[in-house]
Design a protein around this ligand. Structure first.
Ligand code: NIG
Ligand code: FE
Length: 415
C-alpha cells in the first residue's frame, strides 16, 4: 500500500459511509463517527481508515504525518447548485427587494436575471474568470471541495459557451472540482420577448446540441416557473436534453406550485431544486422515483420567503441535498456553512441530516457518489478539519467559518 500522508489524531471522524442509494429517512439521521481516528492517503485517494496507532503498520519513511489536533473531520463539502460564473452584481435591486417588490416582478420589468445576462454578455472571459475565481477561493476557505456550476446568463450561443468555458478552465486551475450544467432555459432573452417559441426552438435545436458536442456540460437544467418556462415548455426542453445525452436537473416549484416536482419525477431528473411550493403529490412521486430534493434555504432567507417542507419530504422518503444557489439575485452568498445552519433553523433538519445533505447526498445530486461525499477507501481524499468538538456545534454556532484546514485530493489547500 502506498501511503503518502496520514492524518492522525482525529477526535471525531464523520465518515458518512452508506449503502448504495442516496440516504433517506432514518439513514439521513445516521452518521458513522470514529473516535481517535486516522486516514491514510495515497495518490490523492483514501487507502486506509482506522483508529488509534495502527497506521504505524502501513507507513514508510516517505509517508508524511499530519496531526488533526483532536478535532472534527468530515468529507469535503459539496455545493450541488451554484450560478458561479456571471458578470456584475445586483445591489441596485436590493432596496426594491427590501421594500417588497416580488423577485419575479423585477425580472418581468427587464431586471433580475436579464440584467445579469446583459453584464455577462458584456464581460470578457478574463473578467468572468477572475470574479468566479474569487468566489471559489471563498468557498474553499469554507470547506467546499466540489461544486456544480450552471450557465444561464448568456442565453445566446456565444455567451453560454463562454460561461461554460470559464467554468471548465476554473475546474482545471482551481483546487475545487466543478460539475458543469447548461441552463440556457433560465429566462427568455430580451431579443425574443413575446416570441418564446422561437427561443426554445433555437435552444433545443442549435445551442443544446452544440454544447453537448463541445462536451461543455453534463447536466441540463430549466427554470420552470410561472412567467418563465411553463410545465409544457420545461418538459419539451428536458425531454430533448435527455434524448441527446444530458442528465437532468430542474428549478421546480420555487415560487408557484406549478407541478415541477411531479415533472421532475416523470422525467427521472437526478435532482429537483428549490421546491418551496411543491405539492404533496409531487413529493410522493419524487420519493417513488428517487429524485433528490436539492433544497436551497439561503434563497428563502434572502428572498424572505417560506422554507421548503423538508420534514414532509424526509417523512415521505425523499433524499435531501442542501446547496447554496450562489447567484447575484436570489442568493448573493457563497457560504455553504450558513446554508447548513439554515438547514437546521429554517428547514428544521437535524445536524446529522444536514451533514448528510451536503456530503453524500450532494455527491449523488451531481452524480459523483462513487468518487466523493464520504470517507471511504478508493474515494478522493477531500476533507475538512473543523475547529468544532462535534457535528451539532457546526450548525449551532452560526455565521462564522469553522473550517480550520481543507485537503483536496490529499493536498493541504487551506491551513
Ligand atoms: O435559482 N430561480 C432562478 N434562478 C436563480 C436566480 C438567478 C438570478 O436571480 O440571477 C435561482 O434562484
Ligand atoms: Fe438556481
Amino acid at each position: 500500500m502506498k501511503v503518502d500522508l496520514v492524518i492522525k489524531n482525529i477526535g471525531k471522524l464523520a465518515t458518512m459511509r452508506s449503502g448504495k442509494n442516496p440516504k433517506v429517512r432514518e439513514q439521513m439521521n445516521e452518521i458513522e463517527i470514529l473516535e481517535n481516528a486516522y486516514v491514510a492517503i495515497g495518490d490523492g485517494k483514501f487507502v486506509d481508515i482506522g483508529q488509534g496507532e495502527s497506521y504505524k503498520k502501513i507507513i514508510n519513511q516517505n509517508s508524511k504525518i499530519d496531526d488533526a489536533d483532536g478535532l472534527l473531520v468530515t468529507p469535503g463539502l459539496i455545493d450541488a447548485h451554484t450560478h458561479l460564473v456571471h458578470g456584475g452584481s445586483r445591489e441596485n435591486e436590493f432596496s426594491k427587494k427590501i421594500s417588497g417588490v416580488p423577485y419575479i416582478d423585477i425580472l418581468k420589468q427587464g431586471g433580475g436575471i436579464l440584467s445579469t445576462v446583459k453584464s455577462t454578455r458584456e464581460s470578457a472571459f478574463e473578467e468572468l474568470y477572475h470574479k468566479a475565481r474569487k468566489s471559489l477561493d471563498r468557498m474553499l476557505e469554507l470547506g467546499v471541495t466540489t461544486i456544480e456550476s450552471k450557465s444561464g446568463y448568456g442565453l445566446d450561443m456565444d455567451t453560454e459557451i463562454k460561461q461554460l468555458q470559464v467554468s471548465h478552465k476554473l475546474s482545471k486551475d482551481h483546487p475545487i472540482d466543478l460539475v458543469h450544467t447548461f441552463l440556457g432555459a433560465h429566462a427568455i432573452p430580451v431579443e425574443y420577448k413575446g416570441n418564446s417559441e422561437k427561443y426554445i426552438e433555437i435552444l433545443v435545436n442549435e445551442i443544446m446540441p452544440k454544447i453537448k458536442e463541445l462536451e461543455l456540460a453534463e447536466f441540463c437544467d430549466v427554470f420552470c416557473e410561472e412567467g418563465v418556462f411553463s410545465i409544457t415548455e420545461s418538459e419539451a426542453i428536458l425531454s430533448k436534453a435527455k434524448e441527446i445525452g444530458y442528465k437532468l436537473k430542474i428549478h421546480a416549484d420555487e415560487i408557484e406550485s406549478l407541478g415541477g416536482a411531479e415533472l421532475s419525477a416523470r422525467l427521472n431528473c437526478i435532482s429537483s431544486d428549490h421546491l418551496m411550493a411543491a405539492s404533496e403529490e409531487g413529493i410522493k412521486m419524487m420519493a417513488k422515483n428517487n429524485v433528490i430534493a436539492n433544497l436551497l434555504p439561503a434563497t428563502s432567507f434572502n428572498l424572505n420567503k417560506s422554507y421548503a417542507n423538508a420534514r414532509k419530504m424526509i417523512d415521505l422518503g425523499v433524499p435531501i441535498a442542501l446547496s447554496s444557489d450562489y447567484n447575484p439575485g436570489s442568493c448573493p452568498s457563497e457560504n455553504l456553512q450558513f446554508v447548513m445552519q439554515l438547514g437546521c433553523i429554517g428547514l428544521k433538519m437535524t445536524p446529522y441530516e444536514v451533514l448528510n445533505a451536503v456530503t453524500i447526498n450532494a455527491a449523488y445530486a451531481v452524480d459523483r457518489q462513487d468518487e466523493i461525499g464520504s470517507i471511504e477507501v478508493g474515494k478522493k481524499a477531500d476533507l475538512v478539519v473543523f475547529d468544532a468538538p462535534n457535528i451539532e456545534y457546526l450548525m449551532y454556532h452560526f455565521g462564522v467559518n469553522h473550517a480550520n484546514k481543507v485537503y483536496k485530493d490529499g493536498i493541504l489547500v487551506v491551513d
